[in-house]
Write a protein that binds this ligand. Structure first.
Ligand SMILES: [Fe+2]
Length: 326
């Protein structure tokens, strides 16, 4: 096996270690198995879910008015779970393209233990999105992390993956994403969100999601699905990480289906595809957004790395939004 190296990337006080993969190590190539997932096995609620109706449509902020529930498209088998949890030296990575429009899936060899999961995702996508399967990129994020009680592992406000803010004009097809984890199931909020009054060039939509969840005292929060479930969400499924009640060793995989290139500096580069995207620094802080309601509780309108007065927290300290004020 070739020596493993990283590229170090830093901007805006954020630091990334981007794994560099050796062509000599090879990759696992995966194509979908037709018929491996029968959509008829989904519940009638799932088959009629707004999420499936919105698939392949352009992102539209009005769609937040309709509660969007994620869909459980299957649970890993015992063998797949064993492989999923196998210890090893695979490196965490952010938004590594593993499928291009029209291509197969190409998984760098160090992630071979998750090839069965990729196979399941390919099968699900083939079954649920047959008309536009070939038009999407798929990006892999892997996080293996130890989470202590009270921690979340990953801190973010209520949010969606694939929000298209003011700079995306015209809007393109909305993101849809599969996630799978062995513990700490993501909390979803299948409720109506009204983001129409916001000026998305000025207002932080995620802080507003915090606020609208807190208005309901988080009563729509839902994470009642099994560990190792393949959960499909879309760009209208508002969600947040949950606190650990005890220590966990967590493995979390995300597969984002997108028509856009993810060219953010810090993302993984897959040498098993020929491409050379100019990668750019990008984070939400640089947009200088403000809360839509500046009078709401302070925890709902600061970044996790900020204290309630907006000053930076000490390293390792994060502010969580108070979603249950009553
Ligand atoms: Fe997310």
């Amino acid at each position: 096996m070739a020596a493993r190296t990283f590229r170090r990337v830093s901007y805006n006080n954020k630091h990334y270690s981007v794994p560099v993969y050796a062509l000599d190590d090879g990759c696992v190539r995966i194509t979908p198995r037709s018929g491996a997932l029968d959509p008829a096995t989904l519940s009638s609620d799932e088959r009629s879910a707004p999420l499936l109706g919105d698939l392949n449509r352009p992102f539209d902020v009005e769609r937040f008015l309709v509660p969007h529930h994620p869909i459980n498209v299957g649970v890993l088998s015992a063998d797949e779970q064993r492989s999923f949890l196998a210890p090893g030296d695979a490196r965490n990575v952010l938004d590594l393209p593993i499928k291009f429009p029209g291509s197969d899936f190409r998984l760098p060899m160090e992630y071979a233990q998750w090839a069965p999961v990729v196979q399941r995702i390919a099968d699900a996508e083939w079954a649920l999105n047959p008309t536009c399967y070939d038009e999407y990129y798929c990006y892999l994020t892997l996080r293996r992390e130890h989470v202590e009680p009270g921690d979340q592992g990953h801190y973010a406000p209520c949010h969606v993956d694939g929000f298209q803010g003011a700079r995306w004009q015209p809007k393109v097809r909305a993101n849809h994403t599969y996630t799978v984890t062995n513990c700490l199931p993501t909390m979803y909020f299948p409720q109506s969100f009204d983001l129409r009054p916001l000026d998305l060039a000025r207002h932080d939509a995620f802080w507003e999601m915090n606020r609208q969840v807190a208005l309901t005292n988080a009563e729509h929060g839902w994470n009642d699905y099994p560990d190792f479930a393949l959960m499909l969400m879309d760009a209208y499924c508002v969600h947040i990480a949950i606190d650990a009640a005890r220590p966990y060793d967590r493995v979390w995989l995300r597969f984002s289906f997108e028509v856009r290139i993810f060219d953010r500096l810090g993302n993984g580069h897959n040498p098993f595809f020929a491409y050379d995207w100019p990668m750019v620094p990008r984070d939400i802080e640089q947009l200088g957004l403000v809360p839509f309601d500046p009078t709401c509780e302070a925890s709902l309108r600061v970044f996790p790395w900020q204290a309630l007065d907006g000053s930076p927290n000490p390293p390792g300290v994060y502010t969580k939004p108070n979603l249950r004020p009553r």
